[in-house]
Design a protein around this ligand. Structure first.
Ligand code: GAL
Length: 388
């Protein structure tokens, strides 16, 4: 009898100790949250909901990262809600701050629900103290034919943002690097009964679509924004039927264009541009144009934002490098407070269930002065201490 009660007491004691230990470790986990990136896995926000900020970009402001991205719903990629905003101080754990720019209820509005709002990027203008949001806008029911950029502003980083207008950039202005004979050429799209022939491609390289769209402004689809060290901002976008990228300088208030712009890789069929600057040199990673399906990333570098831009081999190496690890670039984030620390951000699209698309974040490594991307199942910011 005595033995039995000793056994019972020690059993209860063990049970108590074990539950206390489990309780402690659970509590620790809950307070600490994520301490790693898990590329391609579901990524829960503070409310335990998969982060919904696709085709996104990040603004670092007041010691906090703000992630803006497309809200995607379960069955359609068109905009039902708008641009989502999340905040974080450690990059692993994100709090949903709400919808930064909402779709509009009024019929006929540019940003009416069911329009397309893609690849939103926010920059901060220190002069005007305004947050400026650019995104790719396609009008409701018009497929991808509008090829507009939408612009919105807010006094508060998380919004709500006020929609200003949408447009095609630089009407009536020639790119800096388009030659006189290319500007005056009389070859038009009517000269070609078929696309993708050798002659057609040569004409594209020589500015066929720039001339076609000269009056109304240049097409603007996949896009990013970049603020240089001197505070000048640039809008970088897939133009000319997605065949040529344009880099266009923005006005001092970031709300319009100065009219200075260049074409990059004419006829190269690049989209999903993401750019960063390291030691005075500009690097740009893009994708090819295969819709939601992944393809091999492309890498460019330049000593000046105005080029010339040189193309290098695919920066991805290892298994699935030819598919950018089943993803498409969206942004390159400089990590605050760390030198030469850049995170490549990409989307692994799931067009049948857009809301489930996951995020591929990878640290950019450098080999022979060029960015290199290698797959990691899991990683944390300490890699930047090692790879400096
Ligand atoms: C991709 C583009 C995405 C989206 C998609 C629509 O090529 O990068 O942002 O526009 O096409 O098919």
């Amino acid at each position: 009898m005595k033995l039995r009660s000793i056994q019972l007491v020690s059993f209860l004691l063990t049970l108590f100790l074990a539950s206390t230990l489990i309780g402690c470790s659970l509590e620790k986990k809950q307070t600490l949250g994520f301490q790693n990136f898990y590329p391609g896995k579901l990524w829960s926000d503070a409310d335990s909901v998969h982060i919904n900020a696709h085709g996104g970009g990040i603004l670092y402001y007041d010691n906090t990262y703000y992630w803006f991205g497309e809200h995607k719903s379960a069955h359609t990629s068109s905009a039902q809600v708008g641009v989502n905003c999340y905040s974080s101080t450690d990059l692993y754990n994100w709090k949903h701050e709400g919808v930064a720019l909402s779709v509009n209820d009024s019929v006929g509005s540019d940003i009416e629900a069911c329009c397309v709002m893609e690849r939103p990027k926010v920059i901060y203008n220190a002069e005007t103290q305004q947050f400026v949001l650019y995104f790719h806008l396609e009008l409701k029911g018009k497929g991808y034919s509008a090829a507009h950029v939408g612009i919105a502003i807010s006094d508060k980083v998380t919004g709500p943002y006020t929609y200003l207008r949408s447009l095609r950039p630089n009407p009536g202005i020639w790119p800096q690097n388009m030659k006189g004979e290319q500007q005056t050429s009389t070859i038009t799209t009517d000269n070609f009964s078929a696309w993708w022939t050798e002659e057609w491609m040569q004409a594209v390289k020589d500015g066929l679509f720039v001339r076609r769209d000269f009056e109304g402004g240049q097409m603007s689809r996949d896009m990013t924004l970049f603020v240089d060290d001197d505070g000048k901002a640039y809008h970088i976008f897939a133009s000319e039927e997605n065949l040529t990228l344009h880099i266009a300088e923005l006005s001092d208030d970031y709300l319009s264009y100065t009219g200075t712009y260049i074409r990059v890789a004419p006829g190269g069929h690049n989209e999903a541009p993401a750019i960063f600057k390291k030691n005075g040199k500009y690097f740009m990673i893009t994708s090819g144009c295969t819709g939601w399906d992944p393809n091999a990333a492309r890498l460019f570098s330049a000593e000046s934002i105005w080029g010339p831009w040189t193309q290098h081999p695919n920066p991805c190496v290892g298994p699935d490098a030819d598919l950018t690890f089943h993803s498409q670039s969206t942004y390159i984030l400089p990590v605050a407070g760390k030198d030469d620390a850049f995170i490549f951000m990409a989307d692994r699209w799931t067009p049948k269930k857009p809301i489930e698309a996951s995020y591929i974040w990878l640290p950019i490594q450098f080999e022979n002065g060029l960015p290199v991307l290698k797959w990691q199942d899991q990683w944390d910011l300490s890699v930047f201490n090692e790879t400096k």
